[in-house]
Design a protein around this ligand. Structure first.
Ligand code: HGY
Ligand code: MN
Ligand code: MN
Ligand code: MN
Length: 413
């Protein structure tokens, strides 16, 4: 294979796209852009317009994913890229959004330089990756593409505001009965560009990483039931206090992950107290556990340790504990040939990289069910993400997009 020419992606233009998209749902330096909200609809419309401007045909599928398509002369299965534009609540401007912008700018760059490809290239802007509106709907858009989002799911899943997914879809003109039509079986290769969301690239002084694998994740919603009592009159030793139990459980699971060492991670990010008044011993405390590990055996140890601890604390304190698992994904290796290809094209483009595993989970894990996958990471300032403080320097973003464009060229021309 002849050495590729250098491709040029303008950092100032990347920044312009990031800031324009961030106007939809913008909140200070971050965004709140929940799936099927007016801000999200406007942002998907903008993505559709950008895809058209980049020379792609645009369509929207049954769950509202926006697809741009650059038809190849040979037809056949597609080379696809993209990410999500729904955000955490609040999230940063880059998580997901940069991967969608990257796809559009990379396609535009290769089309302007090389014309029509041999193989079809697609860019997709996916929906509800974050599960920030519907807690059990993580990867809703990519799950639909792989045939794992169903009309029944849409009727049963409820958002934090109590609405069903089906209601939210209908409100933006989508018919939940048609969800199966979003399924694809003609994507051969998937490459997602994303911000790293951690500190590794910055510590290494590198703009870009090639991702060779993604972790397992399990989400629990844990419910601890005790007995509501008077905060003054009921002696401590006679209480069945679910707050005391939850506090011990929470510090216990976090301590377990810390003790296990990297890359085990456990987060408790949400808690509900009922009835939630200062002078009432609560009746019930509900909290989430997000636990992740890259190694299958260690993952099983982590999850088992968490569950044993929940049971032990509840029993000792006379509480009832139960939980629901709302997300459960195995670890996902990237395709070794695709990782090598990305390493090679980055070197050809003169962009220094390292190869590393992802700490975050991504739509890529779903796309792996139907396609060969790998990812490109770009440096995150101070490793910050899932916060409005998230930032990626335009030069680092552009370097990652250059690698993506070179990979699309190698694969599709
Ligand atoms: O939580 C995650 O890893 C991703 O941002 N959804
Ligand atoms: Mn995220
Ligand atoms: Mn993301
Ligand atoms: Mn009183």
């Amino acid at each position: 294979m002849a050495t590729q020419e250098r491709l040029w992606i303008d950092p100032a233009e990347v920044e312009r796209y990031v800031l324009e998209l961030a106007q939809h749902g913008g909140d200070g330096t971050g965004v709140r852009r929940l799936v099927y909200s007016p801000e999200w609809v406007a942002a998907q419309d903008l993505v559709a317009r950008w895809c058209e401007e980049a020379g792609m045909e645009v369509r929207r599928d049954a769950v509202g994913n926006v697809w741009g398509r650059l038809e190849g002369t040979e037809g056949g299965p597609s080379i696809a890229t993209g990410s999500h534009i729904d955000s955490q609540n609040p999230g940063g401007r880059y998580d997901g959004a940069l991967g969608v912008i990257a796809g559009i700018l990379a396609v535009r760059a290769v089309r302007e330089r090389y014309g029509r490809p041999r193989r079809t290239i697609e860019v997709v802007s996916l929906c509800e990756e974050e599960s920030s509106r519907f807690p059990s709907a993580a990867f809703w858009g990519s799950r639909a593409i792989t045939g794992r989002s169903t009309p029944e799911d849409a009727e049963n899943m409820r958002g934090y505001g109590g609405e069903t997914m089906a209601e939210a879809m209908r409100a933006v003109g989508l018919d939940p009965a048609r969800i199966p039509e979003a399924r694809r079986n003609d994507i051969e290769t998937w490459i997602e560009l994303h911000v790293e969301q951690g500190p590794i690239l910055e510590q290494a002084g590198l703009p870009v990483a090639i991702v060779n694998g993604l972790p397992s994740i399990r989400h629990y919603v844990v419910r601890v039931d005790g007995r509501s009592d008077h905060a003054g009159a009921m002696p401590m030793d006679l209480r069945r206090d679910p707050m005391a139990g939850a506090a011990e459980m929470i510090s216990g699971v976090i301590g377990t992950a810390l003790q296990m060492g990297r890359p085990a991670v456990t987060t408790v990010g949400r808690m509900l107290v009922e009835p939630n008044f200062p002078a009432i011993v609560p009746e019930r405390v509900t909290f989430t556990i997000d636990a992740r590990h890259a190694d299958p055996a260690q993952r099983d140890r982590l999850y088992a340790a968490h569950e044993a601890l929940l049971r032990e604390v509840a029993e000792r304190r006379g509480l009832n504990v139960s939980w629901e698992i709302t997300a459960d994904l195995p670890p996902c290796p990237a395709d070794p040939d695709l990782v090598r290809l990305l390493e090679e094209v980055a070197a050809e483009q003169g962009i220094p990289t390292m190869t590393m595993p992802s700490g975050a989970v991504h739509d890529t894990q779903r796309m792996a069910e139907i396609a060969k996958v790998a990812m490109i990471f770009v440096q995150s300032k101070d490793g910050r993400s899932h916060t409005p403080a998230e930032y990626t320097a335009p030069e680092h973003a552009a370097a990652g997009i250059q690698v993506l464009a070179a990979a699309l060229h190698r694969l599709a021309y």
